[in-house]
Design a protein. Structure first.
Length: 220
């Protein structure tokens, strides 16, 4: 099983817990699915950095250069600095992303045309949906560069997992350690859930003493 398949087999909470144990940032607050995605979305990060438009005349629409070269399984991550007054992702971009096999889209800011993403089965996570277009308001400053998403530094080539619980980024260099530890955490919690189903008291099962420190002594 590939590392990406292993990531998809987890959930965002287990990965967040693994990052916590390892002392790594990654979990982002305030980003939510814009339509009820019924599965885990995970993939390799491709970044877009947005900026207010400053020049006159026609300009290339934000995110189109990246979407045009995206590869299957990529996740488009747009840093619009948390702005919710203007969209930086919409239906036409979603159509193009779907044709390229993009796994999902994460916007630190606002999006629009949510219904188009849902019809295309393209997971979309953002801070809000608005009707206001990016055209004439914001442009793409750069792509595949380090960005800040909800205070977390994210680089092109990193990994991300997102589901109804939220969005979690994993640095590429730490993926092996995070996957191993997250798998152990998921297995432990499954065993604890089974204990509750078998009649063991929840006070006992969830007591702090039942959560020994999981040592991050794993290799990538």
């Amino acid at each position: 099983m590939s590392d990406l398949d292993r990531l998809r087999a987890l959930d965002a909470c287990a990965v967040s817990d693994a990052l916590d144990t390892l002392g790594l940032p990654g979990a982002v607050t305030g980003l939510a699915p814009m339509w009820p995605v019924g599965r885990v979305m995970a993939g390799r990060v491709r970044t877009v950095k947005a900026a207010p438009r400053s020049g006159a005349g026609p300009a290339t629409h934000i995110a189109t250069p990246l979407v045009a070269i995206a590869e299957p399984g990529d996740v488009v991550v747009i840093d619009n600095h948390g702005r919710t007054d203007v969209s930086c992702w919409g239906g036409l971009l979603a159509e193009a992303a779907g044709r390229r096999g993009v796994a999902g889209v994460i916007v630190d800011g606002a999006c629009r045309d949510v219904q188009d993403c849902e019809a295309l089965d393209l997971p979309l996570f953002a801070r809000a949906a608005v009707t206001v277009s990016a055209r004439g308001r914001i442009v793409q400053e750069d792509m595949d560069v380090p960005v800040q998403i909800g205070g977390v530094r994210v680089c092109g080539g990193d990994y991300v997992i997102a589901d109804r619980n939220g969005v979690v980024f994993v640095p590429a260099a730490e993926l092996g350690r995070v996957l191993e530890l997250a798998g152990r955490i998921a297995a432990r919690e499954a065993a604890m859930a089974e204990a509750v189903r078998s009649g063991r008291g929840v006070v006992d099962v969830m007591h702090d003493s039942q959560f020994p420190t999981i040592t991050p002594e794993v290799t990538s």
